[in-house]
Design a protein around this ligand. Structure first.
Ligand code: FE2
Ligand code: FE2
Length: 374
């Protein structure tokens, strides 16, 4: 019997999980694939996940009718921190399979040597890496490290296509967007009928006051900002909140805010960054000055921007729903070197404004000149 175990938080299960599971069954000629939601992922101790019971129920709905895929409550019942070596030994001892595979993702493989008793996992199971990156293979180093440390190979299974993440699903849900194409319809219905993944008061405000079309842009900015913050060591929560609120004033009328004073000669397209900061502060009671300035300068930029301001400025330009000519090159520059990429964004925006005969806002020119030298 050939068996594989595939663990994760599945918070919630999404279409890529489903695609990966089916691909694994096929590619590895499995008799059974066990999907195992973790009780507490050791590296995510403080993440506010929905209960294990809900995650388990959603997985069962997602894999209903798949006779080679079984959802296991082993780690949830065991409680406490879930260590993979214990799960591997449990499945090995109870099933006595001819072959046991342990499924890992790219990020997990890199850290594998730091796990608890990695050699005990490798003693009973073979590692299978799910390669989700299209084209480029960046996992060779980790595979070579495992080979030299433990003298074990790693099987690679490629799963092509767009990558979805549970974070994306949670953001969509909090913004009140549909999960069409992101997860199984039964899972979406379950989430809705149980009222899971509700947003805080800031998400509620945006969900209620912003048109649907703009919400896709906001979701894109949030996800881009979170991933940049993670990569650059910035505060992910602040990045999420600033991105969520950056366009809060886009559809507001100045006349509704008689106490708000706008800097003189502010062009129409730029008003919303100033008014946005004002609404965040006075209506939504955001007190964090870093978040407030990230909103306040997201369109124009300014000299000497904080890291968070740069993240929001860049995320607004390169988020996935942006389609302008050259955006893909900008994404690549940002990926290669964020700080250099940021300057390129600034330069290209100015170039675009000049080309289209739009007057460049003085603060943007100040920023451009500042970053030529800094
Ligand atoms: Fe904006
Ligand atoms: Fe925006």
């Amino acid at each position: 019997m050939k068996v594989a175990i595939f663990g994760g938080s599945f918070d919630p299960v999404h279409l890529d999980h489903i695609k990966i599971a089916k691909t694994l069954v096929y590619e590895l000629c499995l008799d059974k694939l066990y999907i195992i939601p973790t009780f507490i992922a050791p590296h995510k101790k403080n993440m506010g996940a929905v209960s294990g019971e809900h995650r388990l129920n959603m997985l069962k709905l997602a894999f209903e009718g798949e006779d080679k895929i079984e959802v296991s409550d082993y780690e949830l019942m065991k409680q406490g921190v879930s260590y993979s070596y214990q799960t591997v030994e449990h499945f090995y001892d109870t099933l006595k399979p001819e072959k046991l595979y342990f499924i890992v993702g790219s990020d997990m493989l890199e850290n594998f040597p730091t796990w608890k008793y990695p050699e005990r996992i490798l003693d009973k199971a073979s590692l299978v890496l799910v390669e989700r990156r299209n084209g480029e293979n960046q996992d060779d180093k980790a595979i070579i490290a495992i080979k030299s440390l433990y003298d074990k190979g790693v099987t690679t299974v490629k799963v092509h296509g767009e990558t979805v993440s549970s974070t994306k699903l949670r953001v969509y849900l909090k913004l009140g967007l549909s999960l069409d194409g992101l997860t199984d319809k039964k899972v979406e219905d379950y989430i809705k009928s149980n009222g899971l993944y509700k947003g805080d008061k800031y998400y509620e405000y945006i969900a209620k006051n912003i048109p649907e079309k703009r919400k896709y842009h906001i979701a894109g900015v949030i996800l881009t900002a979170i991933s940049l913050a993670k990569k650059l060591g910035a505060d992910e929560k602040k990045a999420e909140l600033s991105a969520l609120l950056h366009d809060v004033a886009k559809y507001e009328n100045l006349s509704n805010f008689p106490n708000f004073s706008l800097p003189s000669e502010t062009p129409k397209d730029i008003v919303h960054q100033y008014l946005g900061e004002y609404i965040a502060k006075t209506v939504l009671e955001v007190l964090d000055n870093e978040v407030l300035t990230a909103i306040k300068y997201h369109t124009t930029g300014r000299p000497n921007m904080s890291l968070l301001e740069k993240i929001i400025y860049v995320a607004d330009i390169i988020e996935p729903s942006r389609k302008f000519l050259g955006v893909e090159e900008l994404r690549q520059e940002i990926k290669k070197d964020f700080f250099k990429g940021f300057k390129i964004c600034l330069e290209e925006i100015v170039e675009f404004l000049l080309k289209t005969g739009t007057e460049v806002y003085p603060l943007t020119l100040d920023a451009l000149n500042y970053y030529k030298e800094n």
